[in-house]
Ligand binder design. Structure first.
Ligand code: PHE
Length: 338
């Protein structure tokens, strides 16, 4: 359209322009599909304002009619595009009946965390890892041979009474049980590795006994085993002192007393000083020569030490947990405190 004509027809073009401004403003403020429909009838309908404007063209001069007619048709196209845009926008934000209301504020997702047993097991195994012990794991369903026999606990031995056992009761497999301690891994590790050996073995154990605040029928243990030429009781004490320092702090006092376990000789228990009392946290000792021989080691050449502790008990001390049964009760009020 030539510049001069436009200037010349300012009067009528403005009417198209005015209609455009009014139509766009009205479209902007239409908030629902009903209001959009009212808008469509008002501006674009058969009796609407745009049609009215086009009808009025008849009274214009031929040149003017052409210009205004073209402008009005362009405006129709523009408004149709704008209108379709608003309609589809309104449809996409509308909530279909029966679906979720996406305008509601969201809820904070609750994040999971490591179980308190896992946390303390990892902390203890890491302390030993830093001292050169490798972490290995073993089966929770174990053979009687590893759980008892190879550990110098023969069938007739009264020490079997120390371990109340869950047997996997089947006619064909009467030698299968849920391990009562992690010590069977001493035998398994020695059987399939040559010395030197330094391992820690975390894992679940099971005992057929009634529960109370300090006893559960399922619990974790962490076993330790070091075998090499020339290992002495001083190595046992030094290693366990260092463990106590790392887990309980640099000034932690510990105490060793004689204790009996068939797979160690001499055997001890280790206690830590806690609020003016001595609390037993693990059994330990020098690996019994018979256990070394059972695994095929020359007990005149190799010596070693072993220990076994209950990580839940250690967590109970440090976190002032009064009852061990909280660990496996699966109560979020307890679990989320860690
Ligand atoms: N296995 C023993 C128990 O469960 C603990 C222990 C491990 C003692 C290693 C000595 C050496 O009571």
């Amino acid at each position: 359209m030539p510049e001069s004509r436009e200037t010349q027809d300012t009067q009528t073009s403005e009417t198209v322009e005015e209609l455009k401004l009014a139509a766009v403003a009205a479209l902007d403020s239409a908030e629902s599909e009903e209001q959009l429909e009212i808008w469509r009838v008002d501006f674009m309908g058969r009796k609407g304002r745009l049609t009215g404007l086009l009808r009025g063209l008849g009274g214009l001069e031929i040149d003017e009619r052409k210009i205004v007619g073209a402008a009005a048709n362009r405006l129709r196209g523009e408004l149709e595009v704008l209108f379709e845009g608003r309609v589809s926008q309104s449809r996409s934000t509308q909530t279909p009946v029966g679906s979720i209301d996406i305008t509601l504020p969201g809820r904070k997702p609750s994040l999971g965390g490591l179980h308190p047993s896992t946390q303390v097991v990892r902390e203890i195994t890491q302390a030993f890892n830093e001292m050169g012990f490798q972490t290995v794991e073993g089966p929770e369903v174990e053979l009687e041979k590893y759980n008892f026999d190879m550990l110098n606990i023969p069938a007739s031995h009264p020490a079997r009474d120390m371990f109340d056992t869950f047997w996997v009761d089947s006619d064909t497999h009467d030698d299968i049980l849920l391990r009562t301690h992690t010590s069977p891994m001493q035998a398994r590790v020695m059987e399939s590795n040559d010395p030197p050996i330094r391992v820690v073995v975390p894992g679940k154990c099971y005992r057929y006994e009634s529960t109370d605040a300090t006893h559960e029928w399922q619990f974790n243990q962490i076993e330790g085993l070091a075998v090499d030429e020339g290992i002495t009781f001083a190595d046992l004490k030094g290693t366990l002192y260092e463990f106590a320092r790392r887990i309980f702090g640099p000034s932690q006092k510990v105490r060793f007393r004689c204790d009996y376990f068939p797979f160690v000789e001499p055997g001890v228990d280790m206690s830590i000083e806690w609020k003016g009392d001595w609390l037993e946290i693990m059994g330990a000792g020098m690996v019994h020569p018979k256990v070394l021989e059972n695994a095929g080691y020359d007990s005149t050449k190799y010596t070693g030490f072993a220990f076994g502790m209950g990580p839940e008990r250690i967590s109970m001390l440090r976190n002032e947990i009064a009852d061990i049964r909280h660990f496996f009760a699966n109560d979020l009020r307890f679990l989320t405190q860690f």
